[in-house]
Design a binder for this molecule. Structure first.
Ligand SMILES: *[C@@H]1O[C@H](CO)[C@@H](O)[C@H](O)[C@H]1NC(C)=O
Length: 406
């Protein structure tokens, strides 16, 4: 039991490090400069720039409503929103159709395929290899039929007549259409809500403003032509082939500041960047059909191939607010890091300064095994004492190492 008691008294002890004060200008200045650098880094970057005293909410909740306005003229017909915007719900992703290829009065039946390069033929033998396989606009029957007075193509079974890719010019008025965006956001951690209609926006201003990067940075109405230009795209080219443009709304909020510092910032990019320089599949297009019934009950349809500019409204953001826990954690990290300077100073002190040997002896006198360890290394391994001293300096691991080697 005496042994156990000594065990207990051994446990309840406190060890403190013995300090050696070195009065040297060189090492003194290095020490203070290193400490100053570390403190500057923590105050300037970690606390002021990165705002490490705040907790952040990055799980932004958002809703987006959009509305397009404007009239265009296409094939001598006036086009309104219901004609050129799809889908019509006014969601965050919508398309403005800029070019149409329509094929009217299609019915189920047999007709020549309109893809002339691949399905051109002179008699049925050219078409037998396609029999019952998908052709361009239907399923091939294996027969060769006249396409017009000049040429013949393979026959298909499907919606007839087959679509003919005509050359149309895009609806240029699209450039002057406007997109109105209503965006509400919420940061759930702080239960903070805000919208992109800032309190200082009046009804009169909204009725006449257009967003621009300089004077009307908070106007929620965007001219299509401006959006395309801000995304560094050529409007004619985009309208011709179609494409996807991203309208990004960023909310970076510091909730320690007043409410009018939490504002949206808009930016624009082309999202389908790979289709720009791609000759195989440039741009963006899709097909849809409108179905009708004849009096005798047969279905017929109008097929539309639409080239469109798709707009994706993307909302992102985060908010920060002062909180005790991150402040404490980062302050502790800052104070601890100031101690990192001693590692550097120790290396210099024990190796490069005049009288390094004496300092070594002074520093390690209370831990004889440490000195032994040092000597052991210097004799046996290599004269590379810098490495050794660095090992010793990280006292904890050095202790372990020392015990292992002795
Ligand atoms: C767009 O509007 C401007 C000014 O109202 C007009 O000068 C221009 O011709 C319009 N552009 C198109 C393509 O209609």
């Amino acid at each position: 039991s005496e042994r156990m008691w000594s065990c207990i008294t051994d446990f309840f002890t406190y060890e403190t490090t013995k300090s050696v004060v070195v009065k040297s200008w060189t090492i003194g200045i290095i020490n203070r400069v290193v400490q100053l650098l570390i403190i500057t880094y923590f105050i300037g970057w970690v606390f002021l720039t990165e705002k490490a005293y705040q907790i952040r909410d990055t799980a932004i909740e958002s809703s987006v409503m959009t509305k397009v306005k404007g009239f265009g003229i296409y094939n001598n017909k006036v086009m309104d929103v219901a004609d050129y915007v799809t889908p019509t719900q006014g969601a965050s992703v919508f398309c403005i159709i800029t070019k149409l290829i329509t094929t009217e009065n299609q019915v189920q039946g047999y007709c020549p395929d309109s893809e002339k390069r691949k399905f051109l033929c002179t008699d049925d033998r050219n078409c037998t290899k396609h029999i019952n396989k998908p052709a361009s606009y239907g399923i091939a029957t294996g027969r060769c039929v006249p396409f017009n007075a000049m040429i013949k193509t393979c026959e298909i079974k499907g919606w007839c007549p087959a679509e003919i890719d005509t050359i149309n010019t895009p609806m240029m008025e699209t450039e002057n259409f406007t997109i109105f965006i209503k965006n509400s956001i919420r940061f759930p951690t702080f239960n903070y809500t805000k919208g992109n209609f800032l309190p200082n926006i009046t009804k009169k201003y909204i009725s006449e403003c257009n967003f621009d990067m300089v004077n009307n940075t908070y106007c929620p109405i965007f001219r299509v032509g401006d959006v395309v230009r801000y995304a560094q795209q050529n409007f004619t080219n985009l309208a011709e082939h179609g494409g996807v443009i991203g309208i990004k709304i960023g909310w970076m909020c510091d909730l320690d500041k007043s409410d009018d510092h939490c504002n949206p910032s808009y930016s624009f990019t082309r999202l389908d960047a790979m289709s720009q320089n791609n000759t195989v599949s440039p741009g963006y297009n899709f097909r849809f059909a409108k179905y009708f019934k004849m009096e005798n009950g047969t279905d017929y349809r109008t097929l539309v191939k639409a080239y469109a500019i798709r707009f994706d409204v993307l909302v992102n953001g985060n908010a920060g607010k002062f909180n005790m826990i991150p402040t404490l954690i980062n302050m502790v990290a800052a104070f601890t890091s100031v101690g990192v300077g001693t590692v550097l100073c120790d290396i210099i002190l024990l190796n490069f300064l005049k009288g390094a040997e004496q300092y070594k002896a002074k520093k390690f006198e209370e831990l004889p095994w440490n000195v032994l360890c040092l000597l052991y290394y210097q004799k046996k391994q290599s004269p590379d004492s810098l490495k050794t001293v660095f090992l010793i300096t990280i006292t904890g691991s050095a202790e372990l190492l020392g015990k292992l080697y002795l």
